[in-house]
Design a protein around this ligand. Structure first.
Ligand SMILES: C[S@@+](CC[C@H](N)C(=O)[O-])C[C@H]1O[C@@H](n2cnc3c(N)ncnc32)[C@H](O)[C@@H]1O
Length: 334
């Protein structure tokens, strides 16, 4: 069996999805043109997860997504070896039996800041763009989302999701190894679309917002979280060189500019959810993500600046609605 077939087989339980053939079609197209040298090794690691027949309890409504079962010592050891084999874990935390995955980001903090300020997810079909390993997707399922589809080009993050779902066995939460721009345009499928931590990675931020708009059904809701800078409406900062050591950061708009971008694409009812500076309380080195982290990305003499001297990481979260009627702002599309 080829590596690609082994990977594709992991998606076999999702054929009940509406438009399943579309998702499998994108998978085949994307995977035919890209190769991740680690895929085979990651699949081998995943293969060592213990089969567990005991009933599993899953709790997605607390800070750590928690899986418990009465399992034997050998199974616990095997699970521990696999989960550690998938280091680094950037998003979490997860509690898998006795194993506490203390990820680099305490993603529960971001979730707690927004969860009560978005339209209730109960019964909603959700797209999580840049889902990473699906931590937020579990919180969305815990909040009652009917289905969560994550997309993320990081194969490691996708495999981490399969490792967690090996135990949870929830076939209404999946992560595909795609970028947003890999999806066919104008799906209009989703009730809620999340784009958190992705906009600044896109060279064409307005194109990204357009793709998010097109993925929503009329009346659907976008949750947008991104890095911003202080500034007037119209201002955005393109960092020369790296930003906080990242070499793939393009546009950091002011909050007012971001709102204008959303309006120009056609969103309505743009509402502030949160604005705050990232701290070492939220992003830090742990045993599950060794090496440098946020503390090393800042100027040691001035923590309001990045190590390169740029304005420090300020993040905004907004919600916005796709109108039910295409409105007057369509003039921008001429
Ligand atoms: C900064 S992380 C944010 C993860 C998570 N959404 C959060 O808010 O914590 C950005 C994630 O987006 C993914 N990503 C980068 N470019 C993307 C794209 N064009 N489409 C979808 N995901 C992308 C990365 O692989 C990474 O997992």
């Amino acid at each position: 069996m080829t590596t690609l077939t082994r990977f594709r087989d992991l998606y076999a339980p999702y054929t009940h999805f509406e438009n399943a053939s579309l998702w499998y079609g994108v998978f085949d197209r994307v995977m035919a043109t890209q190769s991740d040298g680690n895929l085979e090794t990651l699949l081998d690691i995943l293969n060592d997860l213990p089969a567990i027949s005991q009933p599993m309890q899953v709790e997605c409504n607390q800070d750590a997504v928690t899986i418990s079962a009465d399992i034997d010592y050998n199974s616990l050891q095997k699970a521990n070896a696999v989960l550690r084999g998938l280091i680094p874990w950037r998003k979490g935390p997860f509690q898998v039996f006795d194993i506490s995955i203390d990820s680099e980001w305490r993603s529960n903090l971001k979730w707690n800041r927004l969860k009560d300020k978005i339209s209730p997810l109960k019964g909603r079909k959700v797209l999580d763009v840049g889902s990473n390993n699906g931590y937020y997707g579990w919180r969305m399922r815990g909040a009652g989302a009917a289905q969560v589809i994550g997309i993320d080009p990081s194969i490691l993050a996708v495999i981490q999701h399969f490792a967690i779902n090996h135990f949870i066995r929830d076939y209404n939460h999946v992560i595909f190894p795609f970028k947003m721009e890999d999806l066919p345009p104008r799906r209009e499928d989703f009730d809620t679309v999340f784009s958190m931590g992705v906009l600044y990675h896109r060279r064409g931020p307005l194109d990204h917002i357009q793709e998010l708009y097109d993925a929503l059904r009329p009346g659907g809701e976008l949750i947008m979280e991104t890095l911003v800078v202080e500034g007037i409406d119209g201002y955005s900062f393109v960092p020369p060189g790296r930003y906080a050591r990242m070499n793939n950061v393009w546009f950091l708009p002011s909050v007012a500019t971001l709102k204008t971008w959303l309006e120009k694409i056609g969103f309505d009812d743009i509402i502030d959810i949160d604005l705050h500076m990232t701290t070492t309380d939220e992003q830090r080195t742990t045993e599950w993500k060794p090496g440098d982290s946020f503390a090393e990305f800042l100027d040691p003499n001035d923590p309001t600046r990045t190590i390169e001297g740029h304005p420090g990481p300020l993040r905004v979260t907004l919600r916005a609605t796709k109108p039910t009627e295409p409105g007057r702002l369509k003039r921008y599309h001429l």
